[in-house]
Design a protein around this ligand. Structure first.
Ligand code: COA
Length: 576
């Protein structure tokens, strides 16, 4: 079928549905929700069989939903309505939650139900639930709905609150007054729940040392404590704040300033000089504390976790990870698994920290070189078999960093964006000019980086970008990776595998030294950072400030491309 996505942005859930539908042979084009006239024009141009709204913040124009079936994804169980669905589910401590596919009509979230799917809730940030459980349930429910539509004859269920299967209800927008933390009275669990329900947007409004901030990225702490509300410790960019019965870590803050545009930053950085007096406390043996980098070891295999918020890696984080990697290499193990973070494996250099730097160009340069040092260390590891195990998505330099390992395994639901150009024509580094063609060939390397589209795990495997994908969810993937890694570590042929990789490295180095790839990539980047064309700096500004789209890029809006030829309609355009 010809399917049009109407969406606020091409976010991770939208990308996942896009790759799943394309994988099933559908043609999908994307139009961002700019205004009603643009939406109507896109529908007229594309004449879709079906319209899907995976992530929309406004109602679909009546002229569109009256003439076309529009399936809207709502991140709530049947009957749930309103713009703060997940926020309420977290705040209420719901044991189960779900997603519902509704047909757009005049009532927001009140349309007939085509499909729904449920999942058990997890103690996690809203953004993490959205990128994992909600996304998986959305794929399940949307594929059922699309099949029902394609099959014809399915009659969606009108929303009926008398139906015992309809357990949700209409809830209002959750306001800051309902999210407010009372540091004198709230216990740690309540504080965590409030911050998690507001992550990654809108955050919880609060005051720290007399200034207004939005709080994000909360993590439990099980041994520190102090006067409720006091900032008692800092670690790796995060601050620890005492509660009535303990403390919580806060990783990221956004300063509230009515006179200036602000954006999210690591907490210590956002607090500036005010954080100087806060003591740096290293992570003790406590089971719950803030730890971005974690190493575990078992029977000849080392597992390195690096859970950087949003997958963004600033210069210091790259350096800390390089230290941890070197320590892992010094261990008497034979396999190292790079486990990344749960939500993102890596999204490359830290654009927010760069934006906040005195010289964005200098900080970009430092950051990319720190990423390169890390990639270099992985590429040139002679002693261990290395595996990048992608539990979460990866984008831009994060994908190429993953390719530095000997093997790349991904969770089956992972989406990769192996390209840089959307960031103001950024050339990119991380030795991608060496790593990508050696996996997929020069021609495919050109199209993967040039067409700027997301790749699902199945397509990435076909292309040779990754070596395997498995696991329906993070737990299943992690435990399968562990088993495979332990088997490898005990495999007598590992010795020969290591010898082969060392000789290939020697041969590759003789053909063209790694330094030559790095130098050439950095020459391009020097132009991106310091040259006359400001595209990268402008794109980064827009990205960091979350500036709404004013048009849909042509690589997504295929109906607006001159080379797009409409296939014969497989369905009557007018369904109503
Ligand atoms: N630096 C800083 N923040 C980043 C980031 C980066 N490299 N990559 C993602 N983020 C942040 C986003 O700002 C967003 O923040 P929020 O918590 O305020 O919402 C969050 O991570 C999620 O990103 P989003 O774009 O909403 O996620 P997505 O899953 O829809 O898209 C990407 C994933 C990778 C396609 C997209 O985030 C992206 O293009 N990132 C930039 C990649 C890049 O150009 N890196 C630099 C070159 S190496």
């Amino acid at each position: 079928m010809r399917i049009l996505f109407l969406c606020h942005g091409f976010n991770s859930l939208t990308q996942r549905l896009y790759v799943e539908l394309m994988e099933r042979g559908h043609e999908v084009s994307v139009e961002f929700d700019i205004n009603d006239a643009v939406t109507v024009a896109a529908v007229e141009l594309y004449r879709p069989d079906l319209i899907i709204a995976p992530y929309l913040r406004r109602a679909i124009p009546e002229t569109v939903w009256r003439r076309h079936v529009c399936l809207v994804l709502h991140p709530g169980i049947p009957g749930d309505r309103g713009p703060s669905a997940l926020d309420w589910a977290i705040m209420d401590g719901a044991a189960r939650w779900g997603v519902t596919v509704l047909q757009a009509n005049g009532e927001l979230d009140g349309g007939d139900i085509w499909a729904h799917a449920e999942f058990p809730m997890r103690d996690a940030r809203k953004s993490s639930l959205y990128r994992n459980e909600v996304t998986e349930a959305a794929v399940t429910a949307m594929l059922v709905a699309v099949e029902r539509f394609a099959g014809g004859g399915f009659v969606p269920q009108p929303l009926d609150y008398r139906d015992p299967g309809v357990a949700g209800r209409a809830r209002p927008l959750m306001r800051q007054t309902g999210r407010r933390i009372d540091w004198q009275h709230d216990d740690s669990e309540t504080v965590l729940r409030k911050i998690r329900a507001a992550d990654g947007a809108p955050g919880v409004e609060d005051e720290i040392l007399g200034e207004g901030y939005l709080l994000f990225d909360a993590c439990a702490e099980d041994s520190l404590g102090g006067p409720p509300g006091a900032i008692i410790a800092r670690r790796d960019g995060a601050v620890c704040r005492a509660t009535r019965d303990g403390a919580v870590w806060i990783g990221h803050l956004r300063r509230i300033d009515l006179r200036a545009e602000t954006f999210k930053l690591p907490a210590v950085r956002a607090l500036g000089a005010a954080a100087d007096r806060v003591p740096e406390v290293s992570a003790g043996p406590g089971s719950s504390t803030y730890r971005e980098i974690r190493y575990e070891e078992e029977a000849g295999a080392g597992f390195l976790y690096f859970d950087f918020y949003n997958g963004a890696m600033d210069t210091a984080q790259c350096q800390r990870l390089l230290d941890a990697y070197r320590q892992a290499c010094a261990r008497p193990t034979r396999v190292i698994v790079l486990f990344g973070g749960r939500d993102f494996w890596s999204n490359g250099i830290h654009l927010n920290v760069i934006e906040a730097a005195e010289s964005a160009a200098d900080e970009s340069w430092r950051n990319i070189n720190a990423m390169n040092d890390l990639a270099h260390a992985v590429i040139t590891t002679p002693s261990h078999w290395t595996i990048s195990a992608l539990r979460g998505n990866a984008g831009a330099g994060g994908v190429f960093l993953a390719l530095a390992a000997d093997q790349v395994w991904a969770r089956s639901g992972v989406v990769l964006n192996p390209h840089y150009r959307s960031m103001g024509n950024l050339y990119g580094s991380e030795y991608w000019t060496y790593l990508l063609p050696r996996r997929v060939g020069a021609q495919q390397a050109e199209s993967v980086t040039g067409n700027r589209l997301p790749l699902g795990a199945a397509a990435a495997l076909r292309l040779g970008l990754i070596d395997a994908h498995f696991g329906r969810d993070e737990e299943e993937f992690r435990s399968a990776v562990r088993e495979r890694a332990l088997r490898l570590a005990a495999d007598p042929s590992l010795h020969a595998m290591l010898a082969r990789k060392q000789s290939r490295r020697v041969q590759d180095e003789a053909v063209r030294p790694l330094q030559a790839y790095r130098k050439e990539e950095l020459e391009h980047l020097r132009m991106n950072f310091y040259g006359f064309d400001p595209s990268y700096h402008v794109a980064r500004y827009h990205f960091v400030h979350r500036v709404p789209h004013s048009w849909t890029p042509l690589h997504l809006a295929r109906h607006r491309r001159l080379d797009w030829i409409a296939a014969p309609e497989s369905h009557p355009a007018d369904q109503a």
